[in-house]
Design a protein around this ligand. Structure first.
Ligand SMILES: [Zn+2]
Ligand SMILES: [Zn+2]
Length: 332
């Protein structure tokens, strides 16, 4: 056994012992700013079989690899809007949607991302962006509440069911309109119901890109957490099953918007969230330059890196050269 593995085992034992003793939690301020190491909790979490978690040698980061397909399965059929820019979808008639069969339509998405296990709470928050904001136990991704920053909150304004076929499934998830990148816009109830215990704080269902853990809406004692209990980033400091001394963590909520996480309260490098060096492209600016809606651009590109520029250009009905020229940095 390497020193590191030994250390990790020791840490895990200490952690379990502390959980059994239910230590007095740190004050909120102390817990928010205390040095955090999530590696033991990340390693012990109930990741699905299609997820590979690799801690780096110093336990500073973990690498998350998955095929993007949620282990809990999905609905047989989904509604795909004929015009993704025409939100909200809630009031749109059945004719507005194409009905697809997920077994034929859904595509695997190679996810490979590295996230810190030493998250740092900072006062200055950072808005979450479209695309992936975190990873879930199921092998799928957490998105924020929007498909388009300017428009509707998905879980609130876009949920629609025609003939028993939903836009968002019972897990608050769906793919991009091209069938890739299955993601959640609200509590992934298929995960939380399988892992949660009545009367107890939810267990960790994933990790946000800033490294802080994410939970569904059961707080201490199983009491339902609402926005009123949380800060603007839908987080608070408290004890959780994995962090009996207390930690800053996020809660997805079910009472009202945003349902998801609108900002990071942890330190995050913009480049860590987006593709390639130089940070995430300004998709709004690229979309404006190309004369397409941001959501169309996002849907065409997907979140796989590198994107399939030929397919994306075709979907956008522009030339591949035009698209590549508009994309900054490594897209060119
Ligand atoms: Zn979506
Ligand atoms: Zn909590």
């Amino acid at each position: 056994m390497s020193n590191n593995a030994l250390l990790r085992t020791t840490t895990a034992s200490v952690w379990l012992a502390m959980a059994a003793l239910a230590p007095a939690p740190l004050s909120a301020q102390d817990a928010a700013t205390a040095a955090v190491d999530t590696s033991a909790a990340v390693e012990a979490a109930g990741w699905a079989d299609n997820v590979v978690i690799t801690l780096d040698a110093d336990d500073n980061t973990f690498r998350y690899q998955s095929n993007g397909i949620p282990s809990h399965g999905f609905a047989k059929k989904y509604l795909i809007p004929s015009d993704p820019t025409n939100q909200p979808f809630k009031d749109k008639p059945a004719e507005f949607f194409k009905v697809v069969t997920s077994a034929e339509y859904f595509k695997e998405t190679e996810l490979d991302t590295t996230i810190t296990t030493r998250p740092v709470f900072v006062d200055e928050t950072t808005e979450t962006s479209l695309g992936r904001i975190g990873v879930a136990l199921s092998g799928a991704q957490l998105f924020n509440d929007y498909e388009d920053m300017e428009r509707a909150v998905v879980a609130q304004d876009d949920q629609v069911i025609h003939d028993h076929v939903p836009f968002l499934d019972e897990c608050n998830g769906h793919t991009l309109v091209n069938g890739s990148d299955y993601h959640y816009h609200g509590i992934p109830v298929c995960i939380s119901e399988a892992t949660g215990q009545p009367g107890e704080h939810s267990v960790m269902i994933g990790v946000l890109e800033d490294g802080f853990p994410v939970y569904s809406n059961q707080g201490e004692g199983g009491v339902i957490v609402t926005n009123a209990d949380l800060d603007a980033c839908s987080g608070h400091v408290g004890v959780t099953p994995e962090f009996p001394k207390g930690i800053y963590h996020y809660h997805l909520t079910a009472d009202e918007a945003p349902y998801m996480i609108d900002c990071y309260h942890g330190e995050i490098e913009v480049s860590a969230r987006g593709p390639g060096a130089g940070g995430r492209p300004d998709f709004a600016a690229v979309a404006a330059q190309l004369g397409v809606a941001e959501v169309e651009l996002m849907n065409a590109l997907g979140t796989s890196m590198p994107p399939d520029f030929a397919a994306a250009a075709q979907a956008l009905e522009i030339s591949e050269d035009e698209l590549r020229a508009a994309m900054p940095g490594p897209g060119q």
